[in-house]
Each structure stands twice: as C-alpha cells, then as structure tokens.
Design a protein around this ligand. Structure first.
Ligand code: CDP
Length: 209
C-alpha cells in the first residue's frame, strides 16, 4: 500500500504523513529532506544553488547528513527549493524515492511530486493545503517556539516565493494529481486534519477492494 501526500510548505503535510504512517504501520519518507540535504551541501561547499552542475554534484551527500539538524533550519527550505528546480537533481533523487515507495508492504511519502511523478500508482493520494496567511502563522509559531525571531511578513514572503518557484518550475511542478483528494487544513486542528486524512485514505482503500 502506497500513500502519497503532497502540498505546499507548512500546509501540515508532514504531520499528516507521519500520523498516517503510524496509523497504518508503514515506513515514512519526508522527501523534502533529500532536497534540503542537496541544498545544504551546495551551501557548505560555497557553490551556487542556482547552477545546475553545482547542484547535481551535491547529490552525492552521505546518508548521515539526513539526521543533521541544519536541514530543518529556515535557510535550508529556500535552498532546497532552488536546487529542486534542476532536472538533474530530481533525476538523481528519483530512484531512491521510488525504491522506498515500492518496498514490500508499502510506504507513506510526503513531498511535492509523489502522486504525480514518484508514485503515480499510489493507492491513496492526498493534496494537503492551507491558506498562505495560516501557513505563515504556523511557521511563525513553530520558529518562536524554537526561540527564533523571524517576522511574520518575511515568512509570508518567503512562503509565497517558494510556492511560486515550486508551482512554476517545468520539471515535476507542485500540483494536485487528478486522482488526489484535496484536504484544506486552514480551519482544522492537527487532530481533526489527521482524522480527515485517515477517512479519505480509508475511503480510497475501500474503493480499491
Ligand atoms: O516543510 P517544507 O514544506 O517547508 O519543506 P520541505 O517539504 O522540506 O521541502 C523543501 C523544498 O524542497 C520545497 O520547497 C520544494 O522546492 C522541494 N521539494 C521538491 O521539489 N520535491 C519534493 N518531493 C519535496 C521537496
């Protein structure tokens, strides 16, 4: 059983994907971490995230980097978004994601192109979204809780820029797959969003039997 969860930054897709993985007893892959690892590797090498060769060369990062807290920093998100535009980078990370999706028993993957490119055959696909002001508020609260002071305005601007880059790129842009269920979490608590997500996946699995 493969469950694909896609959506923009701070939509709640990561939380929902982790909860689905727990609920169905499946392994989970946050594919954004792979792009963050490439972005952080480029930055550490003093290379240019907008240069396709520099970005492609950074896809040889060691697995141990995936546990590095720097990947979760606010700087890593835009870096990931910049390197993820290059087709060479997406191609280099493709097989690893497909192999994870197709492991025996199945998996939950979250990202931007899981339902459209990585696992179009997924049994259930969710497209998780929320309004921009709500997503900016959530990211703001998260960062404040970590003791990082970032203005709400600059976060909203960063998210808007990232949304534009992710939806407008030519290779695997962020978009809802035709057979994905839309889940707008703008007015939902985490618990309510997770319950909705489970109900949507259960309905898809029933329809499949
Ligand atoms: O949690 P958040 O949405 O802020 O970030 P993320 O999911 O870790 O993704 C960071 C960036 O990586 C996104 O803005 C995308 O540009 C890129 N990405 C992608 O292109 N394809 C994926 N499957 C996952 C992430």
């Amino acid at each position: 059983m493969i469950i694909a969860v896609d959506g923009p930054a701070a939509s709640g897709k990561g939380t929902i994907a982790r909860a689905l993985a727990r609920h169905y007893g499946l392994p989970h892959l946050d594919t954004g971490l792979l792009y963050r690892a490439v972005g952080v590797t480029v930055a550490r090498r003093g290379a240019n995230a907008d240069n396709p060769q520099d970005a492609a060369a950074a896809c040889d990062f060691p697995d141990s980097l995936l546990a590095d807290p720097d990947l979760r920093s606010e700087d890593a998100g835009p870096l990931a978004s910049r390197v993820s535009r290059h087709p060479q980078v997406r191609a280099a990370l493709l097989e690893r994601q497909r192999a994870f999706a197709r492991q025996p028993g199945g998996a939950v993957l979250d990202g931007r192109d899981i339902g459209t490119v990585i696992a179009p055959e997924a049994d259930a696909k969710l497209f998780v979204t929320a309004s921009l002001p709500i997503r900016a508020q959530r990211r703001h609260a998260e960062l404040c809780a970590q003791g990082n002071a970032v203005s709400l305005e600059s976060l909203a601007a960063d998210l808007a820029e990232r949304d534009a880059r992710d939806t407008q790129r030519t290779d695997a842009p962020l978009r809802q797959a035709a057979d994905a269920d839309l889940l707008d979490t703008s007015n939902l608590s985490i618990d309510a969003a997770v319950q909705h997500a489970i109900a949507l996946v259960d309905a898809r699995l029933k329809g499949r039997d």
